[in-house]
Design a protein around this ligand. Structure first.
Ligand code: GLA
Length: 727
């Protein structure tokens, strides 16, 4: 296992527990991709199929070999403008105005441990070994170091690329992919996760067509609309069976994942920073790192693929005290009060919640500046002492006295025109000189690429965080970027703004965590508009969606679960009728859905009936009881809510397979309800399990037969099965 180089064959093989990845340097110095799939340590280069395919030209150095074409051979990191007409990995404007890049192999290194990427989030941990392959264009001097890390147990590989301008003239990078994957065989479907505000990560499966398909964002954030995660799978692949390749980009800004099916029915997939609004100048000697791509191959369907991502993200992406420690059950006042609150109101919500077992009170938007609505105040990170007399300390102390932690909302990256900050520094907002900026939620965006902006935010945030015992921060971002222009950068470098913005954001988050290592950060962008692995490196949980309706959340959390572990999914029980959909779902169902996430409440619990309050108390006890099982166990999707609109179910199995919890919902009541069946997964076939304290069956039988969905009346009814090993 690990990384192997066979000198004679010039063959690199990366092997994990169940997979192998192979590439080869050929006689002309081109780095060809040979194979990625089931584990084999043999030479797979027999798969290369050389044939003359008219209109696919031949590199000059191959002489009369008409069957040798970069347009048909599988490439590891395709060059540009030299005869491969498929989607490329790199585009440039060279010093002489040309756009060609001809990468040829120069050498390799193998390092112990996992590489890191300066200023950017990436997987970490000693277990990963690193391979660096160097390719270079001999004419311009542009070199690329292709980085690979191998995670054997998790069946995960990662890649990123470092560009170095070793020439004498400046080179402008206009495309710099993190990864390219070429597939010679197969009939593929693409699975991706699209959406909109309040409806993120809706799973969609479509056949890969001839031509190009792109999933990406130009919004300056990974976005509600697409997620930097896709799956390429065989047409027959299901949850439990078949081939699939999952690809995730550790990045929170503009991205593009391009899939092309070419003339020979080969499929190519590239992923990296989005090319629209990207142009990065490399002066002589300068370097540029791409974000990291994380990918896996599974021959056991989507379930195994998700499990690999869940493990790697939980163990090697999320950081800090709360990586494993149970997160406090929280209550957030947003849907309870919106902007209309004072100290008494907040303490009253906290008091009611504390009595039922809630552990953290989060004060949301509206505590600072002139912020009684969404038209003003962003940027003025000073406590509004008219609303909160005496500042935050009395409120935080009051919450602490109830035995709860206190947390606070910030939206550091945005600025209201009606704010003292904007009046003092209009140039701190992104806007194009001579044009009126596009407003969104009445706000503009701060230029996070500027050090002075970040210094201001750091100073304001630390001042606030030091003024009271604040143990949690919700880091929000409530609009997308437009009017991209930084007053600090010269005109020829404006193509760098979006990426520099992300680097600035990451730098500020890192600075904050260095100062407050135990702070629990929850990411947010109007719900799940920046639910990506880049943000997870800083905030181990992210508010999954502004839609808290239990029924809609089933679909949102289903899509989210393909890449992201349960522990990362911010999920709350809110009031009914639901504020986004007007739907009334039972408290038990809202609880079951929210327990498949970082659990909390978002309503005034004082307004519940005594009976409901008792139910909430029980819910919190249940959540705590099952925490290790739900948050550290294996997660299984049992139904597909994009297709099955009658009932949904999902399952958690403990690592030692001694217990399992199945949660679900009867989405629609039906007359004369036919019997419905839930598959059961992940048990030990040899073990005996008691189901809901009643019947005892073997894991083998339960997995073979599944369970019958209980007959219930009404829509949106919760279902729970608890399976415990009996010895
Ligand atoms: C966003 C968040 C909400 C809330 C509001 C406050 O929409 O997703 O949870 O914090 O902002 O303005």
């Amino acid at each position: 296992m690990g990384i192997k180089f066979e000198e004679k064959k010039q063959l690199f093989t990366l092997t994990t527990k169940n997979t192998s990845y192979q590439m080869m340097v050929d006689a002309y110095g081109f780095l060809l991709h040979i194979y990625y799939g089931d584990r084999t340590e043999e030479d797979m280069s027999y798969l290369l199929d050389y044939r003359d395919s008219g209109f696919s030209g031949n590199p000059y150095d191959v002489g009369d070999r008409r069957e040798y074409s970069l347009d048909t051979l599988p490439q590891e990191y395709p060059s540009n403008g030299i005869g491969d007409y498929r989607v490329n990995s790199v585009s440039v404007i060279n010093g002489d105005g040309t756009d060609a890049v001809d990468f040829r192999y120069e050498g390799y290194q193998i390092l112990q441990g996992k590489y890191s990427i300066p200023g950017m989030p990436a997987l970490y941990g000693k277990e990963g070994e690193t391979l660096i392959i160097r390719v270079k264009d001999q004419v311009t001097g542009l070199a690329a170091d292709l980085y690979y890390s191998v995670w054997e147990e998790e069946d995960i590989l990662t890649r990123c690329v470092k560009f170095v301008n070793e020439g004498t003239e400046k080179i402008i990078l206009t495309k710099a992919s993190s990864l390219n994957l070429d597939f010679l065989q197969g009939e593929w479907d693409l699975v991706h996760f699209h959406g909109r505000h309040c409806m993120e990560r809706q799973m969609e499966r479509v056949p890969v067509m001839h031509g190009r398909m792109t999933v990406g964002s130009v919004r300056g954030a990974s976005s509600h609309h697409h997620n930097p995660f896709v799956i390429l799978c065989d047409k027959e692949t299901t949850e439990d069976w078949g081939d699939c390749y999952g690809l995730s980009l550790i990045y929170s800004g503009n991205f593009a994942i391009e899939i092309e099916k070419d003339q020979m029915n080969h499929v190519r997939m590239t992923a990296g920073i989005g090319t629209e609004r990207f142009a990065w100048t490399l002066e002589e000697g300068e370097e540029f790192f791409t974000p990291e791509a994380v990918f896996t191959y599974s021959n056991r369907g989507f379930g195994k693929m998700s499990s690999s991502f869940h493990h790697i993200f939980r163990e090697h992406l999320c950081r800090g005290k709360y990586k494993h420690e149970r997160r406090p059950v929280l209550i957030n006042n947003w849907e309870a009060t919106y902007f209309d609150f004072d100290k008494e109101k907040i303490l009253n919500i906290a008091k009611g919640a504390a009595q039922l077992g809630v552990e953290l009170m989060v004060l949301d938007d509206g505590w600072f500046g002139k912020r009684d609505g969404d038209t003003s105040g962003l940027g003025d990170w000073f406590v509004n002492t008219e609303k909160l007399k005496g500042g935050l300390k009395p409120i935080a102390d009051g919450v602490n006295a109830l035995g709860m932690k206190f947390g606070l909302w910030f939206e550091p990256e945005c600025i209201s025109e009606d704010s003292d900050l904007y009046r003092a520094h209009p140039d701190w907002a992104l806007q194009i000189p001579g044009r009126k900026p596009n407003r969104s939620r009445f706000q503009l965006i701060l230029d996070m690429s500027r050090e002075d902006v970040r210094d201001y935010l750091f100073e304001r945030m630390t001042d606030i965080l030091d003024s009271a015992n604040i143990e949690y921060v919700k880091w929000d971002m409530n609009r997308n970027i437009s009017d991209v222009y930084s007053a600090k950068l010269p005109k020829e470098r404006q193509g760098e703004v979006c990426h520099r913005y992300m680097l600035g954001l990451y730098e500020l988050l890192e600075r904050l965590l260095e100062r407050y290592p135990d702070l629990l950060l929850e990411g947010c962008s109007g719900g799940g508009g920046r639910f990506d692995p880049g943000m997870l490196y800083y905030s181990p949980q992210i508010w999954c969606s502004d839609d808290t309706d239990a029924l809609e959340r089933i679909k949102i959390q289903y899509g989210t679960s393909f890449a992201y572990p349960i522990a990362t999914v911010g999920a709350h029980v809110s009031a009914v009728p639901n504020h986004q959909t007007g739907r009334k779902t039972p408290l038990a169902s809202r609880g079951a859905v929210a327990m498949a996430g970082s659990f909390g409440y978002e309503l005034d619990l004082n307004l519940l009936t005594e009976e409901e309050k008792e139910e909430v108390k029980e819910q919190i006890k249940t959540f705590k009881k099952y925490y290790t099982l739900t948050h550290e166990g294996e997660y299984y999707r049992l139904t597909n809510p994009m297709e099955n609109h009658l009932y949904a179910a999902w399952e958690f199995v403990s690592e030692d397979q001694s217990e399992a919890l199945i949660h679900g919902m009867q989405m629609m009541g039906q007359p004369n309800n036919p019997s419905q069946h839930i598959p059961v997964k992940g048990l030990n076939p040899e073990k005996m399990y008691q189901v809901n304290g009643e019947m005892i069956r073997s894991g083998k039988s339960l997995m073979a037969g599944g369970l019958n969905f209980p007959r219930q009346e009404g829509d949106y009814q919760a279902v729970e099965f608890y399976l415990k090993e009996v010895k």
